[in-house]
Write a protein that binds this ligand. Structure first.
Ligand code: 2RA
Length: 327
């Protein structure tokens, strides 16, 4: 079995390789693929040296799986070429997420909808993934009516240049700006571009992708996404109203038994999820569970996950694992 990592030299590409190694994903051949400027670059995976190849060469080699993290334009141009060559593409960009002809997959929620005919599969946005992993089991049991979410997102979501800007600012070094403003000691309510409705693309991704993943357009969702100077992962304050009432301890039990979720909720002992403790982990961490006392059937919760892991690389590898086990 042959697997290609497209965008292997990027932040998420590197995380995909780490996850493949950690999970001992079985393959016979690994292709490290990147843009022409990186072709020939040497990279090491599990102690073996690999040379980065270009997209055209990679298509010719017909990988069984191609995990993309190379941006939307590259995916729009090349994912169909890989699919036509027989590869199954798992794409981290937003290119295919809202396409009616392509599935948007979080294995814990909807992997069972996948079939062999799915040749280009979309990985949801990181901030969406962690939220639906935590809300999925609650939606099944109590039926979600409305979600209000505010996010506190790591600079790693913007890529290496943003991490460099934050660290340069922190160390008093003049450098390039990935953001329109300083990010260290600051918070930017601006992730991706602003749309005519006053929301950002990131905020509308959370709204639209969540409905698609749950297959339920009746859910009402509003979102505010904010960039903060941290690297360990994305955090989210979620207020969720259900159609049905719940018992808080029963709800806690549902989360404690949910696939991919770890409950860290003991505020009296200062135990709650944090980016520092979620970093490099594959789970979605949930805490600060409490009833919203301002209205019935409503819960407040805090959700943290490593956006490069479960928010991107791990979710994509889990899709490949599911397909290879069920093909
Ligand atoms: C971000 N979710 O955090 C977006 C894309 N990774 O910037």
């Amino acid at each position: 079995m042959k697997i290609a990592v497209v965008g292997a030299t990027g932040l998420v590409g590197g995380e995909i390789l780490e996850v493949l190694a950690e999970r001992n994903f079985q393959f016979d051949e690994l292709l490290l693929v990147a843009s022409e400027r990186s072709v020939g670059k040497k990279m090491t995976f599990k102690g073996k040296e690999y040379e980065v190849i270009g997209l055209a060469k990679a298509v010719e080699l017909k990988p069984d799986y191609a995990i993309f993290s190379a941006g939307g334009s590259t995916s729009l141009e090349w994912a169909p070429k890989f699919a036509a060559a027989g590869s199954t593409v798992i794409d981290n960009s937003s290119a295919w997420r809202m396409s009616p002809d392509h599935k948007l997959i979080v294995p814990e929620i909807n992997a069972s909808s996948l079939t062999a005919e799915d040749k280009i599969i979309a990985n949801p946005n990181c901030s969406t993934i962690q939220m639906v992993v935590a809300l999925g089991p609650l939606h099944s049991k109590y039926k979600i009516k409305r979600i209000v979410v505010s996010t506190y997102q790591s600079v790693t979501g913007s890529g290496k240049a943003a991490v460099d800007q934050m660290m340069n600012e922190r160390n008093g070094i003049e450098g390039d700006m990935a953001y329109p403003h300083k990010i260290d000691m600051n918070a930017l309510p601006h992730i991706d571009v602003f749309l005519d409705n006053g929301y950002t693309k990131e905020e509308m991704k959370m709204v639209n992708e969540t409905k698609k993943i749950f297959g339920d357009d009746s859910i009402r969702i509003t979102s505010t996404t904010v960039r903060i100077p941290t690297v360990g992962g994305h955090s989210e304050a979620v207020n969720v109203e259900f159609e049905n009432d719940f018992d808080l301890e029963e709800l806690r039990g549902v989360l404690e038994n949910a696939e991919g979720v770890i409950v860290q909720d003991d505020p009296k002992n200062n135990l709650y999820p944090m980016p520092l403790t979620a970093h490099k982990k594959d789970a979605v961490f949930v805490g600060r569970l409490r009833r919203d006392e301002s209205q019935p059937n409503t819960l407040n919760m805090w959700i943290v996950a490593d956006n490069l892991r479960k928010g991107a690389a791990t979710n994509a590898v889990q899709i490949a694992e599911y397909l290879s086990k069920n093909s």
